[in-house]
Design a protein around this ligand. Structure first.
Ligand SMILES: C[S@@+](CC[C@H](N)C(=O)[O-])C[C@H]1O[C@@H](n2cnc3c(N)ncnc32)[C@H](O)[C@@H]1O
Length: 215
């Protein structure tokens, strides 16, 4: 597959370090509901009972499998990604010793794109809050290495970006997502998604691959 030209960074595109420094734990995850975030009523958000129904329709075993990648291309503040992470972490909590590595794996195969910057920022905080709740239950919340790696994965996988509607997500196209600041300026480029390998000792390596999506 042909590689796209390398992204040009603009002043408005935050670095991973800047994103990491902005991620905070909330008292609890906070989701918009029924267009509250959008004065014009263009944004609607999925209530939890529909999320549950859709997870069942896709297959709970598949959704809960942290080795399977999931991309939410128009993710709002994380109605789906948050619930999927909660389910995976609940499963990971079944084994205390392997919890930290499996918790990072659960996060590492979740990918999310949202063009509304405010919603993406809230989603990252929601996801981190869910992660920390599970870490606290497993008494891993003081593991600075685990927490730093979780933030780094969130900063790389949860993109303030625009899914490209002219080249919809198909196996033929790597052009799945476009970073918003450049897209606004007409300088669109395909994003290569991070692929993580997480060792049992929490070593984390990452490389980037063009996106191919199974439909
Ligand atoms: C109907 S809402 C659903 C949000 C979430 N999936 C949910 O179920 O609650 C659609 C979201 O997609 C975002 N969106 C619309 N077009 C987009 C695009 N081309 N790329 C990325 N995000 C987009 C909107 O900003 C909005 O937050």
């Amino acid at each position: 597959m042909a590689r796209k030209k390398q992204p040009k960074r603009t002043r408005s595109a935050p670095t991973v370090e800047e994103i990491v420094s902005q991620i905070v734990e909330l008292e609890k995850p906070s989701y918009a509901a029924y267009g509250e975030n959008d004065e014009n009523g263009y944004q609607v958000f999925t209530p939890s009972f529909i999320v549950e129904g859709m997870i069942k329709a896709v297959g709970e075993k598949e959704i809960d499998d942290w080795n399977r990648t999931i991309l939410e291309p128009t993710s709002g503040d994380g109605a789906f990604t948050g619930r999927i992470l909660e389910r995976r972490l609940k499963k990971a909590m079944g084994e205390k010793d392997s919890f930290p590595a499996n918790a990072l794996r659960s996060l590492s195969t979740l990918y999310s794109v949202e063009m509304d910057k405010e919603l993406m920022e809230r989603q990252r905080n929601n996801i981190f809050t869910i992660f920390m709740k599970a870490a606290r239950k497993m008494q891993s919340q003081d593991n600075a290495d685990l927490i730093a790696k979780a933030k780094r994965i969130i900063a790389n996988n949860f993109l303030w970006a625009m899914t490209n509607m002219e080249n919809p997500i198909t196996p033929m196209s790597a052009d799945v997502a476009y970073r918003m600041p450049e897209a606004l300026e007409g300088e669109q480029f395909g994003v290569e998604f991070p692929v993580w390998t997480i060792g049992d000792d929490l070593t984390c390596t990452m490389h980037r691959e063009p996106v191919e999506v199974e439909i």
